[in-house]
Design a protein around this ligand. Sequence first.
Ligand code: G3H
Length: 542
Amino acid sequence: MSFIDQIQSSFPVAQDSIPELDRFAAAVQQNEYLINGELRQWSGPFQEIVSPICVKGDSGYAPWIIGHAPAHNRDTALIALDAAVKAYNLGRGAWPVMSVAARIKHIEDFTVRMKAKRTDVVRFIMWEIAKNREDAEKEFDRTVDYIRDTLQALKELDRQSSRFLIEQGIIGQVRRAPLGVVLCMGPYNYPLNETFATLIPALVMGNTCVFKPPKLGILLYRPLLEAFRDSLPPGVINTVYGVGEEVIPPLMETGRIDVLAFIGSARVADSLKKAHPHPHKLRSVLGLGAKNPAIVLPDADIETTVSECVLGALSYNGQRCTALKIIFVHESIAADFIARMAARISVLKVGMPWDKDAKITPLPVKNKAEYLDGLVQDAITRGAKVVNPDGGTFFKTVFFPALLFPVTPDMRVYQEEQFGPVIPVVPYSNVETALEYVYNSHYGQQLSIFGKDPAIIAQLVDPLMNQVSRVNLNSQCQRGPDVFPFTGRKGSAEGTLSVTDALRAFSIRSLFAAKESELNKGIISDIAHDRTSNFISTDFIF
Ligand code: G3H
């Protein structure tokens, strides 16, 4: 059987050839959307939700249509925004003035309801973006852990704020207060986790939100809508569906969005920021593009390097912002490195998300395989070769990884963020080649160094730390653990996300202050004693 036939045979021939628990025998019709605490029924146009998983039909293999979701228009988006603005009510709403302890209880309640929907959400992740089961489950569980850790971090933050300070005759109490209305949008590759990485901290800090699911990974939120409705006060979270270009700019143009939380392309982020009439009033928390390099030094431990590079470049088919997207390898070990990489790639199993051990799964972005093939063909015409067996072979939405060598600066893949299973390898004789790449890059998220000599590594780390926000040693690039800061320099990010940093990103330090007079001391004591304020308070959250 040819390799292309092998790829074809990994797609299901019919719905009933899919394990029963994993299939969508009938299309899912989502009419509901959440605004102001109500699940409303949409009667306008719908968007088709097309899975990258192809199923054999009369005219061959075609992407399976798993369902439909509302395609909102501008007016509906503005109704969602109105609800969020009303719930915030210039900071007077029940949610922004609620005690931290009470908000935490609401989010805990949401988490209990969310956990009950794990199977449904994981199935949607597998079908909408073809993430394999293991990674889809990991995404769900990591999100639950992230919420738990966020709440824990907020308790700790609140404990530190539960006291008065006296400085130069001024009594003060400092707390973090919400910013207003947050527009939250996550990316398709981590549609749940990265959306919640901003949505949950934004909510728990007392902001109200308009939330739009990613372009791909929409229906997976359907099982969570009731959980949102039942665990949060009306208007605290409101959903918008449809084509981003139609529904999002009108929200920005109102000037009523206080925080833009967006993980996606710089092009979209720039245009949304520009659409806001008062950019200085807008805070942005952005996760954007990256082209993280690996720098393999001549003394690198080759086995560790190869295994980290395969993981780093190909987990979830390379569709991670943190993926290793270009590898610089010293020419003295390039042949060995390439041979071992090729061997490791050749055993990666192609399959559907529910297939055991499937690592290479369909790509959800339309025409992505064709785009990647374009990168490969461009590199070939400029002198590179695909050096792994069957590399670059594709059928429909499945693209088998292509290891390209030797890659040179004139090739598109040297600069373009491929966000997919193409691995460009650049040989170098002087490490300056790799360093120049980092210095001249538009991106500045992370990089990985592979080597053994402490003196050389130390020399590289110091200046590189001023170019990227995380340098990894003998390890792939990655976002986690989520308690570590996740950010980027240059065009890769704005703001820092981590369990603790995200709480700061969605709030501002605010100070209650009073001269230390008898009158003021009396008033403050009474307020704290009678618990009439959630801000002026010494309550300790256990
Ligand atoms: O797409 C970017 C993600 O933040 C990457 O997260 O390194 O945990 O896969 P990860």
